[in-house]
Design a protein around this ligand. Structure first.
Ligand code: Z5A
Length: 214
């Protein structure tokens, strides 16, 4: 596969969505063919699953059902968007991927790690990012950013299912991400996401320049 698959991961409010947009602009300005996408989502089916996962309308979703919904969205995304783009030699920047499932469903929800890993492998047909940028910061700081953004939305507070979870849930997720980074230091680069947008942007660009040779 000729392209490069780069994922952006982190706890809620870590700034990865802001940074993926800036990274896309940076790489396009250097002449690279870039696809920017997100999970859950990235396809018409994925967007419908995203709506169920983030706003289930009061319907209870078990941990296992949640895992399989994320996996279903990913299978469609890999098959119809990510793999074709990589085969065309593009750089694919993806906001969350399998590491999010390990961090949220295994570490956060407490589902057993090995079956969750197996389902991730099955859904992605073994696709592993070439590089993952992990935006790390204390969960309190990330949630504060996320809630400030929600409060600024038209119509006031409308937090999603994940934003409503307790602090301990988000702390377990951060620990999960850091455990993945310790296990795979060659793939996962941990960036300090507690700094402002500009210094974080510079750190991202320096990692991407070195990795892609641009
Ligand atoms: N999930 C899962 O459980 N399992 C899975 O397999 C997958 C996902 C794939 C998707 O929600 C949820 O699904 C997610 C994990 C779960 N839930 N949580 N939590 P989403 O896609 O709607 O949300 P998100 O992925 O968590 O991203 P986010 O809320 O958009 O946050 P972000 O991408 O980390 O941050 P941001 O949007 O760039 O910034 C948030 C705010 O902070 C915004 O107002 C920015 O202007 C501001 N910001 C950004 N950077 C900075 C800095 N550096 N300083 C100050 N302020 C900043």
């Amino acid at each position: 596969m000729a392209g490069r698959f780069i994922t952006f991961e982190g706890v809620e409010g870590s700034g990865k969505t802001t940074q993926i947009r800036l990274a896309g602009e940076f790489l396009r300005a250097r002449g690279l063919a870039v696809v920017t996408t997100q999970e859950p989502g990235g396809t018409p089916l994925g967007e419908r699953i995203r709506e169920i996962l983030l706003n289930s309308g009061g319907v209870d979703i078990s941990g296992e059902a949640e895992l399989l919904l994320f996996a279903a969205a990913r299978a469609q995304h890999v098959d119809t968007v990510i793999r074709p783009a990589l085969e065309q030699g593009r750089v694919v920047l993806c906001d969350r991927f399998s590491d999010a499932t390990i961090a949220y469903q295994a570490y956060g929800r407490g589902l057993p790690l090995e079956p969750v890993r197996g389902i991730c492998r099955f859904a992605s047909r073994g696709l592993v990012p070439h590089l993952t940028l992990l935006f790390d910061l204390p969960v309190e700081a990330g949630l504060e950013r996320a809630f400030r953004r929600i409060a600024g939305r038209e119509g006031g507070l409308r937090e999603d299912r994940f934003e409503r979870e307790h602090l301990d849930f988000h702390r377990r997720i951060r620990e999960g991400y850091l455990a993945i980074a310790r296990q795979e230091p060659g793939r996962v680069r941990v960036l300090d996401a507690s700094q402002g947008i500009e210094p974080t942007r510079e750190a991202v660009q320096s990692v991407l320049s070195a990795f892609l040779g641009v």
